[in-house]
Design a binder for this molecule. Structure first.
Ligand SMILES: NC(=O)c1ccc[n+]([C@@H]2O[C@H](COP(=O)([O-])OP(=O)(O)OC[C@H]3O[C@@H](n4cnc5c(N)ncnc54)[C@H](OP(=O)(O)O)[C@@H]3O)[C@@H](O)[C@H]2O)c1
Length: 177
């Protein structure tokens, strides 16, 4: 069975996902949910997101996309093309016996994988911060919202957050026909 491809992102009400290489908010409940959703699964990311996290996410295979053949990601793996990244992510998921591969950003990776994603796990942050990275627009008629949950707001959190899950209605463009 081909593992499902899940896009996991947090976006502001204006679509913003990042500023100066960082998240433009602090929402602990979302980080906790992110950890739960990605546990034991391969996480696929662009080089800038890898650098913004600053270290490999523990307990998960960290796969990084970069065109720079000299770039090293200690504790992770690098790939020169989206095809190689996806193939390796799927192979690692199968080897670990998990049924999902997670794309965790940033904007470039979300944009590139949206046409082949099976599920979106989108945390809507109730803020519209200024930023320089945005979640791509997606055609909601192609997706069914299957779950919605308001995350518990911690004392230190900057805003309310709602986790929404969308499943693709038809086959993704990567599905066998
Ligand atoms: N809110 C969220 O959920 C969330 C999640 C993740 C990230 N973010 C934010 O998003 C921002 C980063 O996003 P971003 O779009 O600027 O960067 P990114 O997607 O993390 O990384 C872009 C880099 O990936 C590599 N790349 C992209 N497409 C490629 C391809 N087809 N082949 C080979 N390499 C490719 C290139 O690396 P090289 O330049 O090395 O070639 C490119 O510069 C940050 O602000 C981060 O905090 C937010």
């Amino acid at each position: 069975m081909t593992p499902k491809l899940i896009l996991i992102a947090a976006r502001g009400a204006n679509g913003c996902i990042g500023r100066d290489g960082r998240l433009p908010w602090r929402v602990k409940a979302d980080l906790k949910r992110f950890k739960e959703m990605t546990r034991h699964k391969p996480v696929l990311m662009g080089r800038k997101t890898w650098e913004s996290i600053g270290k490999p996410l523990p307990g998960r295979d960290n796969l990084v996309l970069t065109r720079d053949p000299h770039f090293r990601a200690p504790g992770g793996f690098t790939y020169p093309s989206l095809e190689a990244l996806l193939a390796a992510g799927r192979a690692m998921a199968l080897a670990k016996g998990v049924d999902e591969v997670c794309v965790i950003g940033g904007a470039t990776l979300y944009e590139a994988t949206m046409p082949i994603a099976d599920r979106l796990a989108l945390t809507e942050i109730d803020l519209s911060p200024q930023g320089d990275a945005f979640f791509p627009d997606f055609d909601q008629t192609l997706w069914t919202e299957t779950a919605r949950e308001t995350l518990p707001r911690g004392e230190q959190d900057d805003a309310m957050a709602v986790l929404r899950i969308f499943e693709r209605r038809g086959p993704s463009s990567s599905s066998p026909r």
